[in-house]
Design a protein around this ligand. Structure first.
Ligand code: 5GP
Length: 113
């Protein structure tokens, strides 16, 4: 299934790109939920987080390392940030292309809201 993120990756749809390398593309979320809200997608396509069970751990490792690299690139390391990965229907995943949300740039609400 072709998703909006496939099209962003293929540059068929514009996005505010933060960082691109051989493993990932990172771009600003069109509907930010924090002062900084960036999405990171792997170039090795997986629809959901749960697909990682059957993917080489090097790909999984490179994806998460790159999430940290993007956050660092955004200068979020000192104050910190939140990583969110929604998975499937109960997780309210709306785009069926694995993506990590990086949220930060301000104090985020605690777990209880
Ligand atoms: P999910 O709910 O699947 O975890 O997150 C999907 C995210 O993708 C949402 O935060 C939504 O705002 C973002 N999004 C959806 N369509 C687009 C788009 O066309 N461009 C960008 N930059 N973000 C998008």
């Amino acid at each position: 299934m072709t998703t909006i993120f496939d099209k962003i990756l293929r540059k068929e749809i514009p996005a505010k790109v933060v960082l691109e390398n051989e493993d990932v593309l990172a771009f600003h979320d069109v509907n930010p939920h924090a002062k900084v809200h960036v999405l990171v997608i792997p170039k090795h396509k997986m629809a959901r987080f749960s697909d990682m069970v059957s993917v080489d751990e090097k790909i999984v490792g490179r994806f998460f390392k790159n999430v940290a690299v993007v956050a660092s690139h955004l200068q979020l390391d000192e104050k910190g940030y939140r990583i969110v990965v929604n998975c499937g229907e109960h997780g309210c995943q709306s785009v069926e292309y694995l993506h990590a949300h990086i949220l930060g740039g301000e104090q985020l609400p605690g777990w209880d809201g």
